[in-house]
Design a protein around this ligand. Structure first.
Ligand code: PLP
Length: 372
């Protein structure tokens, strides 16, 4: 039971809250920017942030971007793909939009009900002679079945581009999340475990991709008087890099705090009939990015719990609902019934509030309300 009496909270609790470094730390980072007046276009902080991230993430190749979406969109462009791309409908809009905006055709493959990542067992049924790549998502920070996906991709000569927006700082068998597949995209958006206000990065295997990614995020400019590609503006600026550098100093403590809260939720909610939590994978060092709970045959529906929490000024999120293949912009082209597990989970899942400075008492109150 929570020590908080069961009444509406005065201050709203959102599903997440951006972490911030002590203000003085960020202000100290600004002085050199006023001196140099170099505010963007791969300045000193950009370069320092890139090096520190490579070390932290345990990857050898990394390029920074203005946000995760541009990172993914330009990575797909850099790979010069054509045809069909197999992906999951149980993700954020960005994953599919990046495929479609590259003139590629998304092909949706269903997810597993244990961790909501792409069901690798269904993958081969989706492969045609037009398939060029697979874009799986480490959704909620749950690792995809990287072994089986990698094996299938090798056998069919397909590229694998992971949407690792949720997987910052995670490892599988001690290997960094950015070390799987050909490319992995990370998001440093303000709502993610680690952020640079907005921001993103691409980690990649092939060294040769580095030059192309750099050019594409800078309008496709390849020389003083030369533009070889139809690029975009995907550059991370110095204020973002400075925030990233500050947050990187604190991210391990933030993850530790998240872990304590996630365990508190788990203690109360696991083993309750009709409530399903993601299975914990002993091979994974988790970042505790989200607290997704699936209500499947529970005495109350997901929507009832969502409403009930809202009455107490606690704002959980139906994340991800609807599935991408049920969006207004895609509904004419795709049929959600082709991915029944994703369709069902999206109607049953609720992501509960989880961020480093969330009060443990609020976690207890949320559990009381869910269980009553
Ligand atoms: C946040 C997110 C993105 C996009 O990242 P931005 O940095 O917000 O552009 C892509 N995919 C998933 C799964 C995300 O959660």
């Amino acid at each position: 039971m929570s020590r908080l009496s069961k009444k509406r909270l005065e201050t709203p609790v959102a599903v997440t809250r951006s972490s911030l470094p002590p203000l003085e730390e960020y202000v100290d980072m600004l002085k050199p920017l006023w001196e140099s007046a170099w505010l963007t276009n791969m300045g000193a902080y950009h370069e320092e942030f890139k090096e520190q991230l490579k070390r932290y993430m345990g990857v050898s190749n990394l390029e920074l971007f203005v946000n995760g979406h541009m990172a993914l969109e330009l990575a797909l462009q850099a790979l010069e793909l054509q045809g069909e791309v197999i992906t999951t409908p149980f993700t954020f809009a960005s994953t599919t939009h990046a495929i479609v905006r590259n003139g590629l055709e998304p092909v949706f493959c269903d997810i597993r009900s244990s961790d909501y990542t792409l069901d690798a067992g269904l993958l081969e049924k989706r492969i045609t002679e037009k398939t060029c790549a697979i874009v799986p998502v480490h959704v909620y920070g749950n690792f995809c079945d990287v072994d089986q996906i990698g094996e299938i991709a090798r056998r069919h000569g397909l590229m694998v581009i992971y949407d690792a927006a949720h997987a910052f700082g995670e490892t599988l068998d001690g290997k960094g999340a950015g070390e799987f597949g050909d490319v992995s995209m990370f998001s440093f958006h303000a709502t993610k475990v680690f952020h640079s206000i907005e921001g993103g990065a691409v980690a990649f295997r092939n060294d040769k991709l580095a030059g192309r990614l750099y050019e594409l995020k800078n309008f496709g400019i390849t020389g003083y008087e030369r533009v070889e590609y139809v690029g975009a503006n995907g550059k991370m600026n110095e204020f973002q890099a400075a925030m990233g550098l500050c947050n990187l100093r604190h991210v391990d403590q933030e993850i530790e705090k998240r872990q304590k809260l996630a365990l508190r939720y788990r203690e109360r909610l696991s083993g309750v009939p009709g409530i399903r939590l993601c299975a914990e994978n002993p091979r994974v060092r988790s970042n505790y990015a989200y607290m997704p709970v699936v209500f499947d045959g529970y005495k109350k529906s997901r929507d009832q719990i969502f409403e009930q929490l809202a009455q107490y000024n606690i704002h959980a999120r139906k994340y991800f609902y609807p599935c991408v293949n049920h969006y207004d912009c895609y509904r004419e082209r795709f049929d959600e019934r082709e991915t029944p597990v994703a369709a069902q989970v999206s109607r049953q899942v609720l992501t509960l509030p989880l961020y480093a400075d969330l009060e443990p008492d609020v976690v207890d109150l949320i559990c009381d309300l869910v269980l009553e």
